[in-house]
Design a protein around this ligand. Structure first.
Ligand code: HEM
Ligand code: HEM
Length: 182
């Protein structure tokens, strides 16, 4: 049975909270805080009081309103990149800490894939934030978006998987991830 050290548990829950936070920022950006949606509301309200603005101006206002919310994507993204470095340091020092349970080997491969995708997300995110992509900007954005959604899918699969493991042959798994006891 795997032992979860206190630093690993702190790392795990910080990462879980931040990943949920990232999901919320993306959800807001693509729904109620969509720049065109906000811009459209401002545009129609201004029209009611006799001020006409163009669609482009409306989108600019939409982006400006969205901006303080989206800053959180950047803060939490940078924090996640730092957490990834922390996890890499743990792995270099003590290995992954996976056990030999044959039923879990596929899951452990999925965790390794998760780390690889997280590394690609951190790099592509920073490249976009620092505007380093040049002519490849659209490609980097697409890679970042598609991989980002794959991480959100991982979260769903992971949580369902943990619940199923807890209910079948790994009773106490979640409790061990919280308080570390064997
Ligand atoms: C309520 C939500 C969650 C619960 C109860 C939970 C619980 C667990 C447990 C029990 C493990 C150990 C599983 C094992 O030994 O195979 C684990 C591992 C892991 N969790 Fe979560 N988790 C949650 C949310 C998340 C979220 C949101 C993320 C971020 C995407 C995440 C990322 C990971 C990763 C990457 C591992 C593997 C770490 C490693 O062994 O290197 N978890 N989680
Ligand atoms: C696990 C980590 C991350 C996830 C899951 C994630 C997810 C996403 C997703 C899904 C989008 C597309 C939003 C849309 O539909 O418009 C996006 C956009 C973006 N992300 Fe991240 N991201 C992560 C890390 C980062 C980091 C570390 C940074 C930079 C510090 C960053 C900066 C950006 C920027 C600047 C955009 C906007 C790109 C554009 O204009 O299209 N992200 N992210």
């Amino acid at each position: 049975m795997r032992h979860f050290s206190s630093s690993f548990r702190i790392w795990h829950w910080l990462q879980a909270v931040l990943m949920f936070g990232m999901f919320i920022t993306v959800l807001l950006r693509t729904t109620v805080m969509h720049k065109e949606q906000i811009g459209g509301i401002v545009q129609s309200r201004l029209a009611e009081i006799g001020t006409v603005i163009t669609d482009e101006q409306a989108v600019l206002i939409g982006k400006a309103v969205r901006s303080p919310m989206w800053d959180w994507h950047i803060y939490m993204g940078i924090a996640l990149a730092v957490l990834l470095v922390w996890r890499i340091a743990m792995v270099l020092k003590n290995g992954f800490g996976f056990d030999n349970n044959p039923a879990m080997q596929k899951v452990y491969r999925l965790y390794k894939a998760f780390y690889a995708v997280l590394a690609a997300m951190s790099l592509s995110g920073l490249v976009l934030y620092w505007k380093l992509a040049g002519e490849s900007k659209a490609t980097v954005e697409t890679v970042h978006m598609v991989l980002g959604w794959s991480l959100f899918a991982f979260m769903a699969v992971h949580i369902i998987g943990v619940v199923l493991a807890e209910k079948s042959d790994q009773k106490g798994l979640v409790s061990r991830m919280i308080n570390g006891r064997e």
